[in-house]
Every structure is written in structure tokens, then in C-alpha cells.
Design a protein around this ligand. Structure first.
Ligand SMILES: *Cc1c(COP(=O)(O)O)cnc(C)c1O
Length: 297
């Protein structure tokens, strides 16, 4: 709660459950959530919000996974009986599929102001919020300030085995507790799990700069490979497309897996993720493997 500058918070097993419970608490079925079209809630949660809340999600376009205040305004529907009632604006800090990009504080404040002006609530998916904090020097509290609810994950770059925390007003969290209980998120094991998360907050936030540096090293190495299109990383995610070098993202990932280098496929792009189990030496190894596959294609 204090980290995110909110009155109250609850411990949950996963980030997905934070999004599910937040949307269940903010919205009623048939209402609309406004988010970037690549957002995790839209692309990567198995249709959870259609299944549980019965909301529809309006996916907006925008550079690098972020939406502007103008895009938010343009998304507003007339208050007519034909139109779904719009209830919630959601943002992702950092924007995962957007490239692990960091929303500037001013842009977060602007889109939240547009939403609040229209009577919508605001929610921040902060799966990698601490990466954004370390990369920008803006505090988590400042970033979450214009959002009615926000959460952070302890199992991404922070490296804990389990856990996420959803924060908001006391009234919001009290209501959210009903959903937590109903979904089986009330855990007798919460204490021991939360202890690992506390450890991560104490020891694994400062070191995120190492992940960001490794991401830059990887991007620099990839850029030296002819035909590979590389997006400049802002945090710990490196997106690239090797198609110009003669292998599709899918083919390259398959080949690298056999060498013990694990990369993800996101659409036609490869996503590499640097984290506390990846050393600079391993980055060099991964680069050597990628070079080998592209030369030997
Ligand atoms: C990983 C992720 C989630 C879901 O978190 P889990 O803890 O894996 O359930 C939500 N949003 C974003 C942006 C993520 O990257």
C-alpha cells in the first residue's frame, strides 16, 4: 500500500488475479474497459475478463504500447442506449508487448485525467512497475498516484516464487476481498510467500539496473547482425525480428531452444527477457548462438 501510495492493499498469488479482481471490482457485466490493443488483459489472460466480469475491452492503437490523451478522448462513446457504458481505463507500466517501454509520468497523468473527466475509473497493471521506476527515477507512488488501483508483480524481474499485490482505496480493497475469497485467492500460506516478496523488495529492486544494462548489451550485439531489426530497449525486454537475416522469429526461437537459450515469440517478433538468473556472460553466449544460426541458415 505505502509503496504505491494507496490506503490499502491485498496479497494475491498472481498478477493475472490482480487484473481479474480489479476489473470485477470496478466494472459490471456489459461494461467496457479501455486499454491499449496489445495490453496483457486483452491478449494474454485467456479471455478472463469476458469470462468473469463479462466486460468487453476496447483496444486502442498507440506507439510502443502506450495511448495518448487524444486517443482516450477519441475512444469516448456517446451516452446512448446503443453504446456500452464505459467504465475503466487500463494502462500497463511498463508496456510489455510495446517493448517494455516506460510511460512518461506526464502521459500517465494526462490519460488518467481524461478518464476521470469522463467518470471512468483508472487501473494500472504494474507487472513491471519497478523496472519503470528504476529506469526513470520516478517513484512507484508518483506513477500510481492518478490511478484508482495499481499492482506490482513479485515474480517478474523481482524474482520471487509467487505473489503480487493489488492496492487501492480502503473501500476498493474491502470490495475486492469478496472476489479474492470467492476465487480461492485467500491463502493460508500467504505469510511465507509474502516473506519472499519482502526479500525481493529489499534485495532485487536496485539490481534491476543490471537487467537493463544486459538488455542494452544484447540489443547492441543484435544490431551488429545484418538484417536483424532491433527495437531499442528501455528496460529488460528486447524485441527483434530476424526475418531480414533469413530466419523467421519462430524458426530462430526453435533453434536457440536446442542450445538452451529461451526466447519468446510475440507475433512476428522475438522477445528476449533479461532477469536475475541471466548474467552478462549468458548474454554473450546467446549472441554467439544467434550469430551461429543466422550464419548457418
Ligand atoms: C506477466 C504479466 C501479467 C500477469 O502476471 P502473472 O503474475 O504472470 O499472472 C500481467 N500483465 C503484464 C503486463 C504482464 O507482463
Amino acid at each position: 500500500g505505502a509503496l504505491l501510495g494507496k490506503e490499502a492493499a491485498m496479497f494475491l498469488p498472481s498478477g493475472t488475479m490482480c487484473n481479474v479482481i480489479a476489473i470485477l471490482t470496478h466494472c459490471r457485466s456489459g461494461e467496457e474497459v479501455i486499454a491499449h490493443r496489445t495490453s496483457h488483459i486483452l491478449t494474454s489472460e485467456g479471455g478472463a475478463h469476458a469470462a468473469f466480469s463479462g466486460v468487453q475491452i476496447l483496444g486502442l492503437a498507440g506507439e510502443r504500447g502506450q495511448v495518448t490523451a487524444e486517443a482516450g478522448r477519441a475512444a469516448m462513446r456517446p451516452r446512448a442506449r446503443y453504446a456500452p457504458a464505459q467504465r475503466l481505463l487500463e494502462v500497463e507500466q511498463t508496456a510489455n508487448i510495446g517493448g517494455g517501454t516506460v510511460w512518461p509520468l506526464a502521459q500517465l497523468e494526462e490519460v488518467a485525467a481524461v478518464a476521470h473527466g469522463e467518470g471512468w475509473a483508472t487501473h494500472m497493471d504494474g507487472a513491471r512497475l519497478m523496472n519503470a521506476v528504476v529506469a526513470s527515477g520516478v517513484t512507484a507512488k508518483e506513477m500510481a498516484a492518478s490511478f484508482d488501483s495499481a499492482w506490482i508483480d513479485f515474480t517478474k524481474g523481482l524474482g520471487a516464487p509467487l505473489g503480487a499485490v493489488l492496492a487501492g482505496s480502503a473501500a476498493f480493497i474491502a470490495e475486492a476481498w469478496r472476489w479474492k475469497q470467492r476465487l480461492g485467492g485467500g491463502m493460508r500460506q500467504a505469510g511465507i510467500c509474502a516473506a519472499a516478496c519482502n526479500y525481493a523488495l529489499d534485495h532485487h529492486v536496485g539490481r534491476l539496473v543490471d537487467d537493463h544494462r544486459n538488455a542494452k548489451i544484447l540489443a547492441r550485439g543484435l544490431r551488429q547482425l545484418p538484417g536483424v531489426a532491433v527495437e531499442e530497449p528501455e528496460t529488460n525486454l528486447v524485441f527483434f525480428d530476424p526475418a531480414g537475416a533469413g530466419l523467421t522469429a519462430h524458426e530462430l526461437i526453435q533453434k536457440l531452444r536446442l542450445q538452451g537459450v529461451h526466447l519468446s515469440l510475440l507475433g512476428a517478433r522475438v522477445r528476449a527477457c533479461t532477469h536475475l538468473d541471466v548474467t552478462e556472460a549468458m548474454i554473450e553466449e546467446a549472441l554467439a548462438g544467434i550469430r551461429r544460426e543466422l550464419n548457418g541458415r
